[in-house]
Design a protein around this ligand. Structure first.
Ligand code: KIV
Ligand code: ZN
Length: 385
């Protein structure tokens, strides 16, 4: 079974999202959480971007020894120098350099002719290789690049010594089938690609970041770049917890696994939401408050009989103690009776019938019925009897 490398960029691309910048101590806390998750590569920052970024990469290198620490650099010598300097104390270090390969980026942003882009990729990967053996090259906006040109760009990076080549969907433009077609094309047309790790980095502008990442795995990608809670520029990056649980839950289908300790997922997700002061969306896949909650009577009945009727993964697998029965107007008698038993009430069938009538009347007035409400209903039943 293949092991897919998880490259987390919460501390770099995640932090680039508006109002998501973090202080040194917050970054260290997140880096330690990523190490506990057993993330393979932590992209700790963009060393040239600021003194603060540089120092936090340095500090993360001192405290985290279980994951490779990566520092981002544009394809220019001064960025690569800074990236290397920031990584000096790392046990395992990677320089990640990038240059855009799409016509629109080359013309309007880089103002560089395509042949110059190819030459720069080779030169800058070679420059980074003087410092470290582990060098990643990203072809920014790869999924809007001409595939023949992208193939030449990745070939130039590999010939210069890149050990990972990344195919970013920088603007979240692609779809799963196109991702599969692109990776197949590259596998058949880039010399040396079989000797390096092929990575993808999907943004979520069309809500397809996770789907495109999983499609890439089916097409042979060996590394996925992602962030906790899908944090990132605009609509974010592909969410790590969704990709990892997608692979974990459908292991037989994908024929692969990751090194992630999934029981650390919930705790890490909460840490990131709390540090940023962001509320988790209640329906967020895997970690939202409703992800393991059941209110509808039919669902509650099914889950109580066999949880697999409506749960495709266990709450324990992401580090939660249990699933949750939420009581409201859709709830069934079965679940209400079970909760009352857990709360210490042994009621007769007639008493439960009578209580359940009053439960439904109350539920029409209140969004959710909590344990206190159930106890009040049950106490009245006992007193009235
Ligand atoms: O989205 C992107 O293209 C990036 C690169 C720097 C990998 O974040
Ligand atoms: Zn990105």
């Amino acid at each position: 079974m293949r092991t897919i490398k998880i490259f987390d960029t919460t501390l770099r691309d995640g932090e680039q999202a508006p109002s998501c910048s973090m202080h040194l101590n917050e970054k260290i806390e997140i880096a330690l959480a990523l190490e506990r998750l057993r993330v393979d590569v932590i992209e700790a920052g963009f060393a040239i971007a600021s003194k603060g970024d540089f120092e936090s990469i340095q500090k993360i290198c001192e405290v985290v020894k279980g994951s490779t620490i990566c520092s981002l650099a544009r394809a220019v010598p001064k960025d690569i120098d800074a990236a290397y300097e920031s990584l000096r104390n790392a046990k395992n270090a990677r320089i990640h350099t990038f240059l855009a390969t799409s016509p629109i980026h080359m013309q309007y942003k880089l103002k560089m002719a395509p042949e110059k882009v190819l030459a720069t990729i080779g030169d800058m990967v070679r420059y980074a290789k003087k410092y470290l053996p582990d060098v990643e090259f990203s072809a920014e906006d790869a999924m809007r690049s001409e595939k023949e040109f992208l193939a030449r760009a990745l070939e130039a990076a590999i010939a210069a010594g890149a050990t990972t080549v990344n195919v970013p969907d920088t603007v979240g433009y692609t779809t799963p089938m196109e991702m599969v077609e692109m990776l197949k094309y590259l596998q058949n047309n880039v010399r040396g690609i079989e000797n390096v790790t092929v990575s993808v980095h999907c943004h979520n502008d069309l809500g397809l970041g996770v789907a495109n990442s999983l499609a890439a795995i089916s097409a042979g990608a060996g590394q996925i770049e992602c962030t906790i809670n899908g944090l990132g520029e605009r609509a974010g990056n592909a969410a790590m917890e969704e990709i990892v649980m997608g692979i974990h839950t459908r292991k037989t289908y994908y024929g692969c696994e990751t090194n992630i300790d999934t029981t650390q997922i919930y705790r890490s997700s909460r840490l990131v939401y709390n540090l940023l002061g962001l509320p988790p969306p209640i329906n967020k896949a895997i970690v939202g408050a409703n992800a393991f909650a059941h209110e509808a009577g039919i669902h509650q009945h099914g889950v109580l009989a066999n949880r697999e009727t409506y749960e495709i993964m266990t709450p324990q697998s992401i580090g939660l103690l249990n699933n949750e029965m939420v009581f409201g107007k859709h709830s069934g008698r079965h679940a209400v009776e079970k909760r009352l038993t857990e709360l210490g009430y042994a009621l007769s069938k007639e008493e439960v019938d009578e209580l359940f009538d009053r439960f439904k009347q109350l539920a029409d007035k209140k969004k959710t019925i909590n344990d206190h409400d159930l106890e009040a209903l049950a106490n009245r039943t006992v007193v009235d009897a």
